[in-house]
Design a protein around this ligand. Structure first.
Ligand SMILES: [Zn+2]
Length: 170
């Protein structure tokens, strides 16, 4: 990792302090429950540091693996991040705009995938079902706004226009 920089020593020192088994796991689980969207490992690490619970990457990876094994968290592959909750045999719907993940029960979809895998000679299949799109809340926000906005002599998307506007105000 290249991010060891100036705070590497402090992080290592803290990681070497023995803490009760499972404390880091619970801290990570709480972070993911509060986040409401998938968090990448680097984000988990940064949030732990901000909360005064810094840990070495190897310990964070181990905690994540243990949480995933017991079904407390799940990796959303397309987001390359983790969410709280057991996503086994559920479909993850990821909003590309706000990053929110909804886990949908759909046993019949997985039964169909099982049958398909078996028909093609694939034993004990493990499925991941994920879909990306724009959630209803984000769609509603966008639909009431102009598609493009003129800023000076440029035509830009509304969000960029806000940034350009605040830049110009500085
Ligand atoms: Zn959304």
């Amino acid at each position: 990792m290249s991010a060891t920089g100036g705070c590497g020593t402090a992080t290592t020192a803290m990681a070497e302090t023995r803490r009760p088994a499972g404390q880091l796991n619970e801290a990570i689980l709480r972070l993911l429950q509060d986040a409401g969207r998938p968090l990448r490992v680097v984000e988990i690490r940064a949030r732990l540091e901000r909360a005064g619970e810094a840990a070495a990457p190897s310990l964070i990876f181990r905690a994540i693996r243990q949480l995933a094994e017991r079904g407390a968290i799940h990796k959303i592959e397309i987001a390359r991040g983790y969410v709280a909750g057991d996503a086994a045999r559920r479909i993850a719907l990821l909003c590309r705009a706000c990053g929110e993940v909804t886990l949908i029960e759909c046993p019949e979809a997985f039964d169909a995938l099982d049958a398909l895998a078996e028909r093609h000679g694939l034993a004990t299949p493990k499925h991941m079902a994920e879909a990306t799109g724009i959630c209803a809340r984000c769609r509603e926000q966008v639909d009431h706004r102009p598609k493009v906005v003129a800023v000076g002599d440029r035509i830009v998307a509304p969000r960029l226009a806000e940034q350009a506007g605040s830049d110009a105000g500085n």
